[in-house]
Structures are given as C-alpha cells and as structure tokens.
Design a protein around this ligand. Structure first.
Ligand code: BGC
Length: 756
C-alpha cells in the first residue's frame, strides 16, 4: 500500500494546529499528485458514495449489501459514506479505507445535519422566522461542532430552496418564500457550518441543496415536475444558491425534480454552465439519493448506463446510492461516451475538499471519543439551541393582552395532543437524536410553579407510535378524552392549547392537500373554547397552516413550529413574558389551500382591482379574499411599535449615488422589545414585469418602553438589479417606491427615481 497520508503531509497527525494545513495552491498541487497515483478505477471510486448499514434516508436500492460495501471500501471504490455516525462507527469504515485500500484515501463522511445533530435546534423554517443572522449562524456552528465530534465532516445542509407552497412538506427545511431573506440565511448557515477554518475539528463542509427548482414542484407534491420561466429561475430560485458560493460553500447537491424538461441531475445548463462556469464553483456536486438512476423513471435515460453517462457529463461529481458510476463509468470512458478529463475534474474537486478538511493529514481527526463525550449534548450547545428557539417564535395574535400570562395565582389548564409530546418538537430531520428527548410544554410549564397547573391531552394526534416514522396514522375519530379536557378548561383562568402537526407530518415525502389542523384537533379547540374563551393557542408545525377559525375566535396565537430539544423551555419563557417574541413569518399563511401558491412578492396583473362597478372581471376568487391570513414578514410583540417620519435624502439618484432612507421607530407599549424593521422596494415598470414589493433590507432594532430611534437604510443601484429581458443582472432606470414597516403589508411609502 502507498501511504498517501504520510507521503503528502510529512507531519505529525496528532498536532491539530491549523497552521499546518495548506494554502489553496499547495492543496491544488497535492490534489494533482494524488490524482497522478490513481488508476481509473480508483478515480471512479472517489465518485461513489454509499449509505451506511442501518439508517436509510431514501428508498433502499436493490444493490449494495453490506458485504459488497466492505469489499468496495477495501478496493478503494468508495469515496464517501453517508448515514454512518458516532466515533466508533466512523473510525471502523475510515480505517478500512485508509489502512486497507491501495492508496489509503480517506472517506468524507456525510450526514443530514439539517437542524442539529443529537441536540436538535428549531427546524430551519422556524430559525428563518428569527431574521437573526448571528443566531442562525451560531445554531449551524454548534450543529457542526456536535456532529464533527461524532465523526461527521460533511452536512447535506443548508437546503436553500425557495418555496411558495405550504403543501410541500419540505418547506420546513428551508428559509421560506423570499430570495433576499433566503440568501442572507443561506450565507449565514454556510458560514456557521464551515466556520473560518474548515480544517478545524469543530467545522464541517456544507452543501447547498437542491440544485435547482425543487421548491417549485407542481401542486407541492414532493418530487413532482418543475416548470418555471427564466425570470423565476434567475430572480427567485437561484439567488440563495449564489449566496452560498459567496460564503465559499464546499459542495452542492442536485435535485430529484426535472427543471423545464430536464432532470436536475442530468442538467448541464445548471451544473456546468451556471454553477461551475459562470459562478466558478470549485467544490463538488453530489447527486441526491438515487437521483441518477431515477432519470430512467423521468423518461430521460433509456437505461442505467445512459443515466450514468448523462449525470457525469452534466457535472454530477458523486453518485449517492445509484450504484451507477461504480458499475458503468469505466465502460463509458472506454466507449468514448464520457471523457476521462471530466472524471479527473470530478475527482480533483472531491480530493480538494478532503484536503481542505484536513483528512489527509489525519483521517481520524473527527474520531476522538473523549471529545465526543464532552461535546455531544453539552450545556453550551443546549444554551445556543434554547436561544435560537426563543428567537424563532412568532406571536400571531394577542387580543386584550392575554399574553404574557401572569406568573402567580392563576389556574392554568394545559390541553392538546402536543402539550406533553417530547418527540414532535424534534421535527423530521433528527436521525441522530434520541426519541422523546425534547422538553415538552408540560415540563416547561411545571417550572412556573406559583400558578396551579392542570393537564389533559384531550385527544391523540396520531394512532400508533409517533416515534416510528413510516407507520403512523392520524386520529380522525377518537374524542373520548374531550370531556376531561373540557372539565379542566371550565375551571381555569386561562387555557393553553398545544395543537398542530406531529413531528413527521412535514418534511420529505410529506406533502398535504389540506392544511387545517389535522385529525380531531379543530373539534377539540372549538369544544374547549365553548366553555372558556380565554384560550392561548400554541401551534407546533412544520409549515403554514390554514387556521381561519382560530384567527377569528381565539384571542392569542403563538407560532412555535417544531423548536427542537429545548422547545418547551422556549415556549413557556415566551408565554410567561420572560422573553418578548420578535419573530416574523418567513412564509405567507394562506386562508385557504386554494390560494396557494400565495406569496407577498406577486405580480400586479392587468386587472388588480375591479374596474368601476364590475365585480367579475378582475383577478380574484369568488369564494375567498386575495389577501393571506398572515403576510410574509408579520409578527407581533408584547409591546407595540409605531413607524413615522419617513424621509428620503433625495427623490432621485444616478450612477453610484445613494439615497438615505430615514424614519423614526417608537416603542409605544409597556415592554422592552425588538422589532425587525423591513425595507421593500417596488420597481414600477421594467423590461419584464416586476413584483408589487421586494424585500431589500431589514434590521433588528431594540427599544425600551417609550423609547424612539431613528433608523436609516441606504438605497443604491445594486439593490435595484434584477435579471432583465436582456438576460443580464442590470438596474433599469425609472420610478420606484420604497416601503418601510414591520411586515410586507406596510403602507408607509415614498417615491424615488433612478436616472442612470
Ligand atoms: C434528500 C436529501 C438528503 C439525502 C440524504 C434525500 O432523500 O432529498 O436532502 O440529503 O436524501 O439523506
């Protein structure tokens, strides 16, 4: 065996100082020298990724039994494994690759560290509701540290797919509907995972996924066809991916969907022309699970071999669980159907990331059992996820200041199938977490012990074991627990009801056509409300829901998503006013599923309002309003804010000049609070039609009661750019409006002109 590790590094692997790691040029040289030692088969091996031996995160392929995987590890035919975790297990496979294969090239170990590893942070959609980039970055950083301590060095996150469709179960995994907010969050999350030094033992390589268009699947049905125009592709879908490039993301994952007739996995335009050429991405692209072989089902590849050819030629560098590169690439090169230069290019990209992680210097650097014991589940990580969880909560309604709850002398009835659920708050991407390890609302409530607390679930949300992902049914009929719940509600000063979706009801493969409260929960809510009007509804869910009845009747509504391990603690701190909520919705809440796709940055259309007294011929529904239940950017606080005195430094500008936008923000309520102030711009006409509003800036402002602050934003030419009819990012001259406020529904506006 040629020992590449010692041959290349010449350094003591126990010494982890990052000064020992290489500069970009040195890495390129080392990559070339490793490549020169490799046989074609070994190169193809680097492009092959296998799933581990127990968890699966996709359909189990026919091929690939454990014996074959071990044999391929020994023969250098595996470049990466996913779903292997824990220091001991990772060390086992790494040892085979490093010590038994001819060249001893280390494996890169991938895992879906989507919102935490063992300690679970809020689902990404919830984190997005914080609009707090520092907190989001920190949350990704602790997830990186925790997973890296457990043998992982590569996460398949962040998912940066923009989506306007709450039926799609995977909206929980993204940052919502807006490309500007989505780009900021994409950047923050990559920086959080990768840190400033990828070779450090507490950082891991990130993945921008799913490239591209996955969030636009027709009717929100997962894996469905995507057909979008150029403007939507460039102005809405691609910006967050571009932001990850700016954050120096190391890998991309392509996606299951076709985009305008061509599956993303075999899409050269996306992977080669845009990503690798235009954007100069120098990391590697991994396929999604089995997405290469699935090109046959799409009707794009006629057989396995052609699927491998199409994917490799289109720029998919690593095959996750299709077993096609390993089976066909050698033959395809011999036939002249795939150029060996493309293989070299793919392998260089993969080796480069391995070098950057420092795996060649020490393949076991993520395999330190002491560190694993110390870091996994640590107090510090729990503190960060608690902070993130509080910041993710959105107050949707608070009539007559029912919230915050009084801390003493109150009889509180806690009701609802999710009120003592320790599993659902973990969400659906929590493979490494132990079941039932979230703090429930009941547990959190017990800490405020100067009130009298009674508790009844009232009903089950699911039949069967909610920890068991694939075999769970919603309880549609069981109401026998209602009476006990009604009884405690009758005697309470305030009722807190925890309702929503169970943890696995959103996520991959969990599309829904009905977004009402599932099962018997609406019935339970109405039955309790009948006997006590003072109800605080706490929602736990992975996507916007249609809660019109609750909005009309229930005085206080708290959007608490699936908040992870510290869920119950975060929720009760908000309910009792120890934390004043400041979250804002990253995604529109519809009134009805029929309104979907519904989003704030829509186009005006030719018939935006009814002309004269004609009630028919305008763009509307005859049975529902056009407006959403809660708009993008919306969220209340226990205090109130007033916006006033909007001023522009000038009403027209040209070239590199700027406009200063100032306004006063007043805290007009009784509590200290934080407000996410938002700036939107409308481009009144363009070479392609422009949205009625686009988010172009936001800032978090803290104010004491009675305090006022002047806030300033700057408008420049860059902010007005869009992908124009010339198929270029440009600023067009013309008239604009700027809007300032606490949600996308703000009416405080001013006009300006960009001259040239
Ligand atoms: C998902 C990816 C995920 C992969 C590996 C796929 O089913 O679409 O997002 O990273 O599985 O678990």
């Amino acid at each position: 065996m040629v020992s590449i590790i010692l041959f290349l590094s010449g350094c003591d692997s126990s010494n982890q100082s990052s000064e020992l790691y290489d500069s970009k040029d040195e890495i390129d040289k080392k990559v070339d020298s490793v490549l020169s030692l490799m046989t074609l088969q070994e190169k193809i091996g680097q492009m092959n990724q296998y799933n581990g031996f127990w968890n699966v995160t996709g359909p189990k392929p026919k091929e690939g039994d454990a014996a074959k995987k071990y044999e391929h590890l020994r023969t250098g035919m595996v470049g990466s494994m996913l779903n292997i975790r824990g220091v001991d297990e990772v060390r086992k496979v790494q040892k085979i690759a490093v010590e038994e294969s001819r060249l001893g090239i280390p494996l890169i170990i991938g895992f879906d560290v989507i919102h935490g590893y063992k300690t679970i942070s809020p689902i990404p959609l919830a984190e997005a509701a914080s609009w707090d980039m520092e907190a989001i970055k920190k949350s990704a950083a602790v997830a990186a540290a925790e997973s890296a301590a457990s043998g992982i060095n590569w996460t398949f996150a962040p998912m940066v797919d923009i989506s306007r469709d709450a039926r799609w179960g995977r909206v929980m995994e993204g940052a919502g509907e807006d490309p500007y907010l989505g780009s900021k969050i994409a950047y923050a999350r990559v920086k959080g995972f990768q840190g400033d030094d990828l070779s450090a033992v507490n950082t891991i390589a990130a993945t921008a996924k799913h490239f591209a268009g996955y969030g636009f699947s027709e009717s929100g049905r997962d894996y469905n066809t995507v057909d979008v125009g150029t403007s939507t592709l460039y102005n809405i879908i691609l910006p967050p991916f571009k932001a990850t490039i700016e954050a120096d993301v190391k890998t991309f994952m392509n996606s299951f969907n076709e985009l305008n007739g061509i599956p993303a996995t075999g899409n050269k335009f996306l992977q080669r022309d845009i990503l690798k050429e235009k954007w100069k991405f120098d990391g590697f692209v991994v396929s999604d699970w089995g997405s290469i072989v699935e090109m046959k089902n799409h009707g794009y590849a006629k057989n396995d071999k052609e699927a491998a050819m199409l994917a490799a030629n289109a720029g998919s560098d690593m095959d996750m669980e299709s077993y096609l590169y390993v089976n066909y690439l050698e033959e395809l090169i011999a036939d002249g159907n795939v150029d060996e230069d493309l293989i070299d290019d793919a392998v260089k990209r993969i080796l480069k990331v391995k070098f950057e992680l420092g795996l060649f210097e020490d393949p076991y650097k993520y395999c330190d059992s002491d560190r694993e014991k110390r870091v996994v589940g640590s107090k510090e990580i729990n503190e960060v996820v608690l902070d993130m969880a509080k910041k993710s909560i959105v107050l949707l309604k608070n009539e007559n200041n029912l919230l915050p709850l009084k801390k003493e002398g109150q009889k509180i009835a806690l009701i609802g199938p999710l009120s003592d659920d320790k599993n659902s708050p973990l969400g659906s991407w929590r493979i490494a977490a132990d079941d039932n390890t979230a703090i429930s609302v009941l547990e959190g409530m017990k800490k405020y012990d100067k009130n009298t607390l009674t508790h009844q679930k009232g009903a089950d949300l699911v039949v069967g074991n909610p920890a068991f992902v694939f075999e769970t049914e919603i309880n549609e009929t069981g109401t026998s627990g209602f009476q006990a719940a009604i009884k405690i509600a009758k005697n309470a000063d305030v009722v807190v009801m925890v309702l929503g979706e169970y943890g696995f009801q959103s996520g991959e493969g969990r599309s829904r056509t009905n977004l009402d409260l599932p099962g018997v929960q609406q019935q339970l809510l109405e039955a309790v409300y009948k006997v006590n009007k003072k109800v605080v509804l706490v929602l736990m869910n992975g996507r916007p829901l249609t809660i019109n009845w609750a909005d009309k009747n229930i005085p206080a509504i708290v959007e608490a998503w699936h908040l992870g391990t510290q869920s119950g603690n975060a929720i009760v701190q908000v309910l009792y006013g120890d934390y004043n909520p400041s979250g804002k919705l990253p995604m529109t809440f519809p009134r009805s599923v029929g309104q979907i796709p519904i989003y704030y940055n829509y186009k005006n259309t030719g018939r935006p309002t009814y002309p004269g007294n004609n009630l028919v011929f305008w763009s509307h529904f005859s049975d529902e309003e056009n407006t959403p239940l809660y708009p993008f950017g919306y969220g209340l606080s226990y205090t109130t804010f007033k916006y006033d005195h909007l001023k522009l430094s000038t009403d027209s500008f040209r070239g590199n000049e700027k406009i200063e936008v100032t306004f006063d923000l007043y805290n007009t309520g009784k509590y200290e609070g934080k407000e996410v102030v938002q700036l939107y711009i409308r481009d009144l006409y363009g070479s392609i039609t422009r949205p009625v509003k686009e988010l172009k800036g936001f800032e978090m402002v803290s104010l004491k009661p009675g305090e006022t602050k002047q806030v300033m934003f700057t408008i420049n030419k860059e902010m007005l750019k869009f992908y124009t009819a010339n198929e270029k990012w440009e600023t067009e001259t013309g008239d604009f409006k700027v809007f300032i406020g606490g949600s996308s529904y703000t009416k405080l506006e001013a006009d300006f002109e960009f001259i040239n």
